[in-house]
Design a protein around this ligand. Sequence first.
Ligand code: NAP
Ligand code: MN
Length: 265
Amino acid sequence: MTNRKNAFLFYKKDEELEEKIHKVREIGRKYDYQLVENPKDANIIASFGGDGTFLQSVRKTGFREDALYVGVNDGRLGFYTDFNTNDLEKIELALQSDQTEVLQYPTLEVSVDGTESFQCLNELSVRSQIIKTFAIDVYIDGLYFETFRGDGMVVSTPTGSTAYNRSLSGAIVDPKLPSMQLTEIASINNNQYRTLGAPLILNHDRELTLKIVQDGNDHPIIGADNEALSIRHSHEIKVKVSNKKIKTLRMKDNLFLHKVRRSFL
Ligand code: NAP
Ligand code: MN
């Protein structure tokens, strides 16, 4: 980490947190880290908060491929947050030692109605915004697959597989497997409507197309991680595994399987 010394700190203003961050800043100074005001000048972007804050720090700084993202939690450790403001010793160790490792997490690349694409680190979600169901024609590599009717669908990354995807009984996917997973939110299955009814994991070279059936309820909410796109009349959403990844720092003794066990078992 020797040539990565410009750090931007991302957090919501909070007095108690501010005090803890102050201590982190002092440790940083000791090891010659510079704080920068503009994330564009940073090669380290550190978020302070939960996984939700980490997702925001990545989105608000534009999914920088040339920056290292570091998640620092204020309470319990999360999936993206390997460090803790209550364990300053570990932060100090990370700044000076070889006990850390850079990980690369796959992201999704999404384009709605042919407009400029955007990335997701957890998932893309498409949900009805009214009490009625809506329908989606699902295509994989241009091949018609199924017509879904229900509350919505979610396409998640491997690291997003422990989030929304998991609540939908999706599989937990090893982040070393560049892939995307399609899950259903309350699909109707009867003689008229039929969907797979199981999570579907697709290889990184597939392209998923979700066509919103234009039958009156065709303004679903489209969510990129924890942010909703402004409501619009959408027809076609294309999703693929992006060739851009997010780099993040973790302690060598905190593997994905440790996190899964710590959170769920
Ligand atoms: P939130 O509604 O406050 O958080 C939902 C929970 O998901 C929080 O406990 C959050 O952890 C956790 N989380 C976020 N990313 C995770 C991951 N990759 N693996 C395991 N847990 C994760 O919203 P938020 O904090 O801004 O997080 C946004 C995410 O919430 C979305 O990307 C989506 O995955 C998830 N979500 C889930 C449901 C559901 O399960 N029914 C519905 C909507 C959204 P922290 O407390 O550390 O932030
Ligand atoms: Mn239309």
